[in-house]
Write a protein that binds this ligand. Sequence first.
Ligand code: SF4
Length: 281
Amino acid sequence: MEIRLTSERGFCSGVRRAIELAERAVESGKPLASLGAIVHNRQVIEHLSARGMRIVESLDEADGATLLIPSHGVGRQVVSELDARELSLIDATCPIVLNAQQVAHRLHREGFMVLIFGDASHTEVKGLLSWAGESAMATTTTPELSASVRRIGVLSQTTQSQTQFAAFLAQLMDSQLASLSEIYVFNTICDATTRRQAAALQLASEVDLMLVVGGYDSANTRHLAEICSSTGARTLHIESADEIGPSWHCFGASRIGVTGGASTPEWVIKEVIEKLEGTKC
Ligand code: SF4
């Protein structure tokens, strides 16, 4: 059995920065609380929790601790609340997410209806929506726009696929162009996501089985798995090596590809490789 790894995998710059900021804070000995999951990866959260970081769901729970804003950012209401309180703060919002928030806000201020290509239930997208005004909408399918909408601004959740965003835009133009007078499109998908997806797509086309390692709640890991699957390669999304148990089988694959999402630590990927190497297929 041959095991091959994508060259682009694991921590992106935004995740790395958030984790380094959190590590520095816990090392200083001061109490630290992350406002929601710092990144969407269980092992990272367990690692930082073991060193003293707490996860809180509201500012009220900070209880004197330094509050860390996660890599996927927070909504406008939270920023207003933070401004009004005197809390010690570490802002680990990824600069690329911050840029997408600013794009959404600018479009809204300039009177555009903002359309976000993304999963409306994801934390980053909820944050983007909060900057984009009440008329904003997040969707991955072609929306039905009200007849009164004439000017739209479109952007994407940072972890979506370029191909799917392009297909969404094409369908949007096809169905809505005649009723619109002005359309702005901002490609806010991040380069790290695009590079990881391209590498995963390439490897998936060369192997019989792809393992995509990362948090089940990690949007970019889920998208990697969808992209690998789209090549026809059998694809499994796993969170850790623990899932490769005695009953695990590799479906007769002679070549297995492995990649990891942008919030997956390299040591978790290494454990998966070691487990695979010790497993009979
Ligand atoms: S995936 Fe991209 S946007 Fe998201 S944290 Fe990483 S670098 Fe930032």
